[in-house]
Write a protein that binds this ligand. Structure first.
Ligand SMILES: [Zn+2]
Length: 306
């Protein structure tokens, strides 16, 4: 009976029961994975009432989710694309972990089966505009259209057209390029703006092993947080199975974010905080949205944009 209950509820329920905090038991999540898998430690609902802004992620904003030490939220931007997103989903499924996918609308529109697979496998659908334009470069009205078109395309691909949103109202700006006006408007839409706490910097070309070591080094330094990767990057798809295995070995726990009605517990940035994204967003237009190669990557590659 005890064994049956453990199999039924899986490690997600058991780990969450001891950790406390916002938790939705998800009986099916760990089925078939067993204790050797990373699994989901707890599920956190994230939302904001219309009109109340919420923006999280210390790379861009002075607050983030109040995660416990060594808790990690997995997020992927820019997909779905068949060649790489398929491998990402396979790796997540093998470890029974759930992630949040910030879809580019035109990619979702072109790959609806993949968008539906993301939903079917229990991940959270989030949004990243329709065509990945840098919204600071276009008028506010065009930027709103680009965001709304992205919401609609993602929803239609993942859930079918019409009705209220089935996915989340989670939104991340392409190139992290927000504006105060768009942030205020997104608040009226009940959207939650996501930066990130930890970058994989996978917009920089490096080997899967280099990326793995970089991500692990950064997670050790930050003690976890919202991790940003890209499911359109072959190097990320190649290193993800090893990363998830290593997170398990090192005692990290995965937190799955799902849509909710209210903000979850938050924590403020430490004193002396400054926006890392703002530094390169304020660079001249010729190098706009082009962060410097990571200083903690041993081999310095050429610059690329996120
Ligand atoms: Zn992007």
């Amino acid at each position: 009976m005890i064994l049956a209950a453990k199999i039924f509820f899986g490690t997600a329920f058991l780990a969450g029961a001891f950790l406390g905090g916002p938790l939705l038991a998800a009986p099916a999540q760990a089925a078939g994975c067993g204790d050797g898998a990373l699994g989901v430690a707890r599920v956190v609902q994230v939302g904001t009432p219309p009109g109340q802004s919420l923006a999280v992620g210390l790379k861009s904003y002075p607050r983030t989710l109040a995660l416990k030490d060594r808790e990690v939220v997995l997020t992927f931007d820019d997909g779905p694309l068949p060649a790489t997103t398929t491998k990402i989903l396979d790796a997540l499924a093998a470890q029974c972990v759930k992630a949040t996918f910030f879809l580019v609308g035109r990619n979702a529109q072109a790959n609806p089966k993949l968008a539906r697979r993301i939903v079917a496998e229990g991940h959270t659908i989030a949004h990243h505009t329709f065509s990945h334009q840098i919204l600071r470069n276009i008028s506010e009205s065009r930027a709103r259209e680009e965001i709304e078109k992205g919401f609609r395309a993602d929803e239609a691909a993942a859930f079918g057209s019409g009705g209220p949103p089935h996915g989340s109202r989670f939104f991340r700006y392409p190139g992290f390029a927000d504006t105060p006006e768009l942030n205020a408007w997104l608040a009226t839409q009940g959207a939650v703006v996501f930066g990130a706490d930890v970058w994989a910097s996978d917009w920089v070309k490096m080997t899967p092993q280099e990326e793995l070591e970089l991500v692990l080094k950064r997670l050790e330094a930050s003690k976890g947080g919202i991790l940003l990767m890209h499911d359109i990057k072959a190097q990320t798809a190649a290193m993800l199975p090893e990363l998830l295995g290593e997170l398990k070995r090192r005692g990290y726990a995965i937190v799955h974010l799902v849509p909710g009605d209210a903000p979850p517990p938050l924590r403020d940035a430490p004193p002396g905080w400054s926006s890392e994204t703002q530094k390169f967003l304020q660079a001249p237009a010729s190098s706009r949205a082009t962060p410097a190669p990571p200083a903690d990557l041993a081999r310095r590659p050429a610059r690329e944009s996120p």
